[in-house]
Design a protein around this ligand. Structure first.
Ligand code: NDP
Length: 262
């Protein structure tokens, strides 16, 4: 294989929401390794600053953690302004923060709905718009990668005999995949590309709650017969973020071990 395909974000600033753990931390490390200064947005993890600083040291780039609830529009706008003042003009955003509530549909509440949609849809919208506003003001191009999920297309189950389907989570991912296309259409004229990366099952805190029997059943349904490691999401994210993807916008790209084949 040719070794000529290089992705570099040298000295550029990339924002990763939920970049302190799980898939987001894999993104943070991957963009740092590609030379970017990284702003990590997190909600409440006490070790987020330490984790973020460690990535900066490891790859010799500037990194900083920003505590910011992505569902809070005012705070998001202020945080993006602060990031570009402190780390330089933002070149890319990975809108990755996401949450789920695992409960039978009969037990779900309005608070559960607001929590899941507040982060997975409105939080993505808030951060994407904050970045796009700065790019529009500065007449600058930019790329946004949104972490959706293969569950934008299918219903993933967390219970075998009695299916438990995370209805708010799955439907929020369908919403955010559609939102990706709308933002891509509206912002293409400004040189802003917006794409969704939709993982299958990935080994993180979000899948840690699954019983082994469910995990084994789900693995048997995946052509590659296993859950992914967070690192396996990074190649597609780097590509979409980079200028190599200059003709790609409004797409949804599945990194799911082939699960959607059948
Ligand atoms: P984790 O549960 O491991 O991490 C979630 C991250 O989101 C944390 O960094 C958390 O910050 C942050 N976060 C949550 N709520 C907010 C908020 N209101 N404001 C700011 N940050 C917030 O998630 P994963 O790594 O598993 O998932 C990452 C993304 O990938 C999500 O969008 C998820 O839906 C999607 N995905 C995951 C799959 C999987 O199998 N794991 C499969 C398909 C999609 P803090 O640490 O401070 O709480």
């Amino acid at each position: 294989m040719s070794s000529g395909f290089v992705i570099s974000f040298s000295k550029k600033c990339v924002v990763v929401t939920g970049g302190n753990r799980g898939i987001g931390l894999a993104f943070t490390k991957a963009v740092a390794k590609a030379g970017a200064n990284v702003a990590v947005i997190y909600r409440s993890s006490p070790d987020a600053e330490e984790v973020t600083a460690k990535v900066g040291k490891e790859f010799g780039v500037k990194t900083k953690a920003y505590k910011c609830d992505v569902s809070d529009t005012k705070l998001v706008n202020e945080t993006f302004k602060k990031i570009s003042d402190e780390l330089g003009p933002i070149a890319g955003l990975i809108a990755n923060a996401g949450v789920s509530v695992v409960k039978p549909a009969f037990d779900l509440t309005i608070e559960d709905f607001q929590h899941v949609y507040g982060v997975n849809v409105f939080g993505v919208f808030n951060t994407a718009r904050a970045a796009a506003k700065l790019w529009k003001e500065n007449k600058q191009k930019g790329s946004i990668v949104i972490t959706s999920s293969m569950s934008s297309q299918i219903i993933n189950i967390s219970g075998l005999n009695k299916p438990l389907t995370q209805v708010f989570y799955n439907s929020s991912k369908a919403a955010v995949s559609n939102l990706t296309k709308g933002l891509a259409a509206e912002w293409a004229d400004y040189g802003i590309r917006v794409n969704a990366l939709s993982p299958g099952y990935v080994m993180t805190d979000q899948t840690a709650h699954m019983d082994k029997s469910i995990r084994d059943f789900q693995s048997s349904q995946i052509p590659l017969r296993r859950f992914a490691e967070p690192d396996e999401m990074t190649g597609q994210a780097l590509l979409l973020l980079s200028d190599h993807a200059s003709y790609m916008t409004g797409g949804e790209y599945f990194v799911d071990g082939g699960q959607l084949i059948w």
